[in-house]
Design a protein around this ligand. Structure first.
Ligand code: ADP
Ligand code: MG
Ligand code: MG
Length: 889
């Protein structure tokens, strides 16, 4: 196979083979930009090497041939004692892995060619400077010597010279450094620094191959979900020299500001410097504008090249360049990383510049970026100290006093204090504290740890797994890096978007994007700013592009109103259980305790007007958009007192001889309703069938609310959804009762009442018999939370802490199936149910409610399966609008 490509043979779409760096160097070469000549050894060669431990036999010959061509193109030969060619050996993975892989510069120097280089360039200092760089990079990268040994030599040389700066060392000093470095190599690796340039080259290529499997690279890939078996390409390229004196230098630049998206060229330049000096902070760099003064010709060329690249790539590019004695060379480019805000701003600018169309602009932004823009942010200032960086588990910016247990969090929060709950890791007992706290910080656990999952579910800011922090809950303190102490009550700030943990209170700014979605910031107003205008433009385009309707899960008038503001097309899940909580517990207790039909009907009659009022609120907020109401789902005992607590109360009362008859009855009922496994117990449609009149009362409340509003000229579109159906017979029973109640109320009020009746599909049996169920269902709503639990046979509340982290580490899951739909399993059930449901009832409406309705990857799946809508929490509605449009492109 062909393992080596000259730059002229490649192009930017060969990243899989040539790595990002090699592919883009080829592209720039073919665009006619000034790129030092070179060639790239493919990722396939690396994979072969890593698999067998030896390089593929053809590789040597192919490198020989390309090296010959390179030497001809450069007009110099490797190792030539008079005028040697030097090369860089550069790693280049398909996905950028910043700082993970190795690059060695100035390969080809030895004790004799260094003299030739000095003569040819007419600069001794430059030649020895290049040689010391090679010995150090080769020593650390290829021979695995700790860089500190070289640093110690270099620092000593500077100290001896009385200079803080590498430029303070002259040719003689650097010759001395090279000698000392060679001694370090001898001492630490037990071998001489190799004098044969070709041996240097081969060893370096192999070391770069091997760096793919360095521990830090493995860790990085695991975290970023980069496949482990891709391998790296290796680019061999003629050196150009930024360290050839003051009219040479090296720099990095962006074609737009990657932080804000503002147009204009941004970058740093360092004269008399090579390679990574510019980012290593060894001397103060200059802004690019200064280069205009130093070297106007190169500066002009650079701007022209950057404009060419941006037009060519039709995107923000970042570049690395070197100037050798007034001549500009391009050393790297790629489509540059940017902040979430800059992504939106730049996408719109590129549309305005005529480089991309509006659809392409949508491809350039993601729902995940939009989420980041919807949270308040910290605005760290000079006084801010970063204590540690953990995992960005749940976005937001929270400041408060550190507390170390749930009761303290609850108590201090109740007293009006903002607190951050700090734990090694959280467990279900911490829930009250998590609710009370502004944010949650843990020292252990990943993005699917209990803390992370629960915090995300309730929208609480969370940083987890800050492993540099030693959280000592008993001593109520954190010991941070360098022994920094945080005691209970000390202020902490945590940024759930970046994972940063700050000491003290950091100033916070509200999210203008959130203000826009909330309707308090008009995108046309001058205060809106470029970011909000860009988000608004792309959201408008998304709404005209998407096919999926986006509904919200909302239980109250206030939630429904927010859902509307966020752009929901309806409500896909209105849960009725909250209507049974609070003051209404008493009525529910009466319902459960009823011994006779009359008692039960009386209890239901009391609940009816309360429910009706709730529905009137929600319908009014939704103005004729569909409102899908789920009849009661949770088991009744959830509305009753806790079994243990009540048992204790009754036992104590008995001991004192003061038996409370009501409590005793209640206890008997709680015992009767107690279930070992409530998830699989008396809930959903089963409850509707077992407790006569319960669902009927709910339907009556819906009907009366609809009738009242309709008579007043308000449009309403109720839909009635039956939970946890597993067999069509269950649905039939409820549907009959429902139709009868609707007809009855319609007649009573003299209005038409047409509410669609449908079901949730959340049991495998429902999915597998969807063809039958569709006979009684006008719509299906896939309840993907329960469907995931029942398909996998694990309960979400129990598994996250117990074994999910291990499963994720072992790669059994890529991501939690509760976050992103398990397409192979749960997705297959959805596909079957959709197909068989449609076969029975071609116009059946299909939707999703559950967390997955707001998850980008899952939304793409639902779109491609031809579903009609997704429903998610109001805060996720903008994300779902954007991602369903992106899925439709
Ligand atoms: P990284 O992937 O870490 O950025 P690179 O392979 O880009 O590593 O190399 C780092 C730096 O080394 C480059 O930015 C450039 O400044 C310098 N460099 C690489 N190859 C050459 C070369 N042929 N001539 C001059 N400088 C080079
Ligand atoms: Mg680097
Ligand atoms: Mg680079």
């Amino acid at each position: 196979p062909k393992y080596v490509y000259a730059f002229a043979e490649g192009h930017k779409d060969l990243k899989d083979l040539l790595g990002g760096k090699g592919a883009n160097l080829a592209e720039m070469t073919n665009m006619g930009l000034a790129v030092p000549p070179g060639f790239t050894i493919t990722t396939a060669a690396c994979r072969a090497f890593l698999a067998t431990g030896i390089q593929p036999p053809e590789l040597d010959d192919q490198v020989d041939r390309h090296l010959d061509a390179l030497q001809t193109a450069a007009g110099r030969r490797l190792g030539d004692p008079d005028d040697p060619l030097l090369v860089s050996v550069r790693s280049g993975a398909v996905f950028s892995m910043p700082g993970m892989m190795e690059t060695v510069l100035d390969v080809g120097l030895n004790d004799s060619s260094v003299l030739g280089l000095a003569r040819a360039a007419g600069d001794d200092r430059f030649a020895w400077d290049s040689y010391r760089r090679l010995v150090q990079m080769f020593g650390t990268t290829v021979l695995g010597i700790d860089g500190a040994h070289f640093d110690a030599v270099f620092d000593a040389a500077k100290l001896a010279r009385g200079t803080a700066d590498d430029l303070g060392l002259d040719a003689d000093d650097l010759r001395g450094v090279v000698g000392a470095y060679q001694a370090v190599v001898r001492e630490r690796s037990g071998r001489e620094f190799p004098q044969d340039p070709r041996e240097q080259l081969d060893l370096t290529v192999r070391a770069v191959f091997g760096s793919w499997n360095a521990p830090r690279a493995i860790t990085y890939r695991r975290r970023e979900r980069i496949p482990a078996d891709l391998g790296t390409a290796v680019t061999v390229q003629a050196m150009v020299f930024g360290n050839l004196g003051p009219d040479s230098g090296s720099g990095v630049a962006f074609t737009r500001d990657p932080a804000t998206g503002e147009p204009g060229v941004y970058g740093d330049y360092l004269a008399h410097a090579q390679g990574e000096d510019v980012v290593a902070g060894i001397r103060n760099t200059l802004p690019l504008s200064e280069l205009e003064r130093l070297d106007p010709v190169s500066h002009r060329d650079l701007l022209a090249n950057m404009a060419t690249l941006e037009r060519h790539y039709r995107d923000l590019c970042d570049i690395e360049f070197t100037i050798e004695r007034g001549r500009l060379w391009m050393l790297q480019t790629r489509v540059g990383k940017r902040t979430a805000g800059a992504a939106f701003v730049i996408a719109c600018q590129l549309v305005d510049d005529g480089l991309i169309d509006a659809d392409e602009a949508l491809r350039r932004v993601t729902g995940a970026q939009l989420v980041r823009l919807m949270f308040p942010r910290f605005a760290p200032d000079a006084a801010t100290t970063v204590l540690a960086v953990g995992m960005n588990a749940s976005p937001g910016a929270a400041t408060g006093a550190a507390v170390f247990d749930s009761p303290t969090a609850v108590a201090r929060a109740a007293a009006g204090e903002d607190v951050i709950l700090v734990r090694r890791e959280t467990n279900p007992d911490d829930l009250a504290g998590m609710i009370a706290a502004k944010g949650v910080l843990t020292g252990r656990g990943g993005r699917t740890s209990h803390a992370a999952v629960v915090a995300r579910g309730m929208g609480r800011t969370c940083v987890c797994g800050a492993e540099d922090l030693d959280v000592d809950v008993d001593a109520r303190k954190i010991v941070g890096p360098g022994g920094v102490m945080v005691a209970e009550g000390d202020l902490l700030s945590i940024d759930g978007s970046t994972g940063e943990v700050f000491l003290g209170a950091v100033p916070v700014v509200a999210s203008p994007v959130m203000e826009y979605f909330e309707g308090s910031l008009d995108p046309a107003s001058p205060e809106a700013g470029e970011l909000v205008r860009a988000v608004h433009r792309l959201m408008e385009h998304a709404d005209t592009t998407r096919r999926l309707a986006v509904y919200a899960n909302a239980d109250t008038g206030a939630d429904a109103a927010r859902a509307r503001r966020f752009g929901a097309d309806g409500i896909g899940l209105c849960r009725t259980e909250h209507m049974f909580l609070g003051d209404r517990r008493e009525q529910v207790e009466r319902l459960v305790l009823a011994d006779t039909d009359a008692e039960r009907d009386a209890a239901l009659a009391e609940l009816l007007p309360l429910q009706r009022a709730d529905f009137i609120e929600v319908f009014t907020a939704m103005q004729g958009l569909p409102v899908t109401i789920r009849l009661l789902d949770p088991p009744l005992h959830e509305f009753l007192p806790d079994l243990t607590e009540l048992s204790v109360r009754v036992a104590l009362a008995e001991e004192r001889g003061r038996v409370d008859a009501a409590d005793v009855r209640l206890l008997a009922a709680v015992r009767r309703l107690h279930e070992e496994n409530p998830m699989f117990g008396l809930r959903g449609v089963r409850l509707g069938i077992v407790v006569p009149g319960l669902f009927g009362m709910q339907v009556r409340a819906i009907a009366q609310a609809a009738a009242t509003l309709r008579r007043n000229g308000v449009e309403v579109r109720p839909e009635i959804m039956v939970p946890l159906v597993g067999a069509v017979q269950e649905l039939q029973a409820v549907a009959e009762e429902t139709s009868a109640v609707l007809a009855d109320e319609a007649e009573r009020h003299g209005v038409e009442l047409d509410a669609a009746i449908g079901t949730m599909i959340e049991l495998p049996r429902a999915a597998l018999t969807a063809g039958q169920i569709a006979e009684s269902a006008e719509f299906f709503s896939f309840g993907t939370n329960d469907l995931t639990q029942t398909t996998w046979g694990f309960s979400r509340d129990d598994v996250e802490g117990a074994f999910f982290s291990r499963y994720l580490e072992r790669g059994i899951f890529g991501t939690s199936p509760f976050e992103t739909l398990d397409i192979d399993g749960v997705g297959r059930l959805i596909r079957i149910a959709a197909r068989e449901g449609r076969a029975t009832r071609p116009d059946i409406r299909l939707g999703v409610c559950g967390e997955h309705g707001g998850d980008p990857d899952s939304i793409h799946f639902f779109h491609h399966e031809g579903l009609d809508y997704v429903s998610c929490s109001p805060f996720r509605v903008p994300v779902a609008r954007l991602e369903s449009a992106r899925a439709a492109l």
